[in-house]
Design a protein around this ligand. Sequence first.
Ligand SMILES: [Ca+2]
Length: 294
Amino acid sequence: MKHLSRIFTVTLVALIVAAAWSPAQAQRRRSNAKPAAASKPKQQEASAPMDKYNGLAEKLREKAQLFTVNGVKFTMIQVEGGTFTMGATPEQGGDAWDIEKPAHRVTLSSFSIGQTEVTQELWEAVMGSNPSRFEGAKLPVEYVSWNDCQVFIEKLNALTGLNFSLPTEAEWEYAARGGNKSQGYKYSGSNNLDDVAWYDGNSGRTTHDVATKRANELGIYDMSGNVWEWCQDWYGWDYYSSSPSSNPTGPASGSRRVYRGGSGLNSAGGCRVAYRSGNFAGIRYNYLGFRLAL
Ligand SMILES: [Ca+2]
C-alpha cells in the first residue's frame, strides 16, 4: 500500500479495554480493517484525555484511544454497547417533533466515537486543505458536505489501515445521551444548555474551539451545539415506526442524510439529544461538520 511509505504514526493508548472489546467491534462492521495496525499498536503510557471540568479523567483513561495522523492527535472514546430509548423520551418535553416519535428501544453493539468534532487541523492533516469559513486549528471543520466527509474518511482509513466512518444516527444519539452512564439529560451532558453547548444564546455567531464546554457523561464534547454533525444514515421521516431494534442503520434509501446536535446558530430546542435534521449529501455550510466513529 503506497501510503505505508508516508510519514505517519498511529498510536492506540489504553489497550486494557481495547483487548476485551475489539473483536466484537471488528465483527460489527470492520471487515476491511487491517488487523496488524489494530492489534499491534505501539504502546505508550496512557495520557489522560482532555477533561478539565468533571473529574472523569481517571475513569476515561481506560476508555480513550489516542491516534496521531501526520502529526495531529485526536481521541476516540469507547462506548460500551447497551439498550436505550431513542427519540421523544419524556425529558425532551413539548419541544419534541413528530419525527422524533415513537420513542423506541434500540440495542447497540460497542463502538468508538470522536471525543470532539473533527477539527480543522485534523482535516488539513488528512486532506491538505481547509474549507472552513471560521478558521482556527482547534475549531471544528465546517463547510463540509456528507460527500466530502466520505472522501476524508477514505483517506484517513488509507493512512491508518483502520475503518473509521460516520456514526449511525442511533450511535450518535446513544453517545449524546451518555450511553450506559446516561443521567437522562435533555441536552448532551446537562439540562442546562449553557453548561455544555455553544448555541445561539452564547455563541456570538461563530464556532468555538472544540472541548471548551463541559463534557457529557462519557467524556464527549459538543454533541449539543457548536456545529451540526453528519451521520451515516439516510434521513427517514417515519423511520422510527419501523426501525429494527438492533443496530439500526437507517432507511435503505432516501434523498437526504441525517445530521444531529444543533449548532451555534440554533436555539436550545435544536440542540436536544433527540432532535433530528438532515439535508442533501452535497450541501455545505459554515455550521455543519461531523465527528468520527470506529
Ligand atoms: Ca456538535
